[in-house]
Design a protein around this ligand. Structure first.
Ligand code: IPE
Ligand code: IPE
Ligand code: MG
Length: 237
């Protein structure tokens, strides 16, 4: 099934700090360089007609980092949008947000809301920015919504999933983690039940088109059975 294209790719963009440290640069330089890698991943997804790309940019646990680093990370959506809004316009891309926006600084929130509302009509590729995102927090939120809607517990898994940030989106077919660690770090815990995972040792700022294509090629070689015996193929039909 070598021609299967994932509908939804999710990426844990890890390794920015180590990339910078290796070069004797401050960690922030790694985060900044990571923006260009995100742009490349978006271009690759658009070129392959992938419908959803979810980028893990800041976890609910990342608040534990030094204040200056947190502040810098919170300023990146603004920088990203200043640089890339034209590109999003040209390619008809949509920017969406996953996470608890109420916990973000006012300026970050404003820029994201503006980016979301100005692109919401677009359908080609949706880029989900996961920020102040935690899989457990998301599941807890969905559980509360479910309990309100189905006090008798009669809802099914699809009904539960409508309370997730990813409501109405397909689950990721492929999850890529750069930076060498082999864990989920609280990312898309519900949605990744049957996701194919590709780990790469490349630090995120060095993760280019070649690494992205290699990850997709690896995905295309996988046999997805979802617990059954039939190979359901790698991506969409
Ligand atoms: C990923 O890079 C970006 C965020 C978590 C915000 P890191 O900052 O975690 O980089 P390493 O893992 O320390 O190299
Ligand atoms: C995961 O990376 C979060 C993001 C990439 C935003 P971390 O660097 O925070 O994960 P751990 O701490 O290595 O698990
Ligand atoms: Mg890390």
């Amino acid at each position: 099934m070598v021609d299967k294209i994932p509908r939804h790719v999710a990426i844990v963009m890890d390794g920015n700090g180590r990339w910078a440290q290796k070069r004797g640069l401050p960690r922030m330089a790694g985060h900044r360089a990571g923006l260009s890698a995100a742009r490349i991943a978006i271009e690759e997804c658009a070129a392959l007609n992938i419908q959803y790309l979810t980028l893990y940019a800041f976890s609910t646990e990342n608040w534990q980092r030094p204040r200056a680093e947190v502040e810098y990370l919170m300023s990146l959506p603004e920088e990203f949008w200043r640089k890339e809004r034209k590109f999003f316009e040209e390619r008809e891309l949509r920017l969406n947000f996953l996470g608890d926006m109420s916990g973000l600084p006012e300026t970050t929130r404003r820029v994201l809301l503006e980016a979301m509302s100005s692109t919401e009509e677009r359908t080609k590729l949706t880029v989900n920015l996961a920020m102040n995102y935690g899989g457990r927090a998301e599941i807890l939120r969905a559980a509360k919504l479910y309990a309100l809607r189905f006090p008798d517990g009669s809802g099914d898994e699809d009904a539960f999933a409508r309370g997730l940030y990813t409501a109405d989106m397909p689950d990721p077919d492929l999850l890529i983690r750069s930076g060498g660690e082999k864990r989920l770090s609280n990312f898309l815990l519900w949605q990744c039940a049957y996701t194919e995972i590709v780990f790469s040792d490349t630090y995120w700022p060095d993760f280019g088109a070649r690494q992205f294509r290699d990850a997709v090629a690896e995905f295309q070689k996988r046999h997805r059975r979802h617990g059954g015996l039939l190979d359901r193929g790698a991506g969409r039909d």
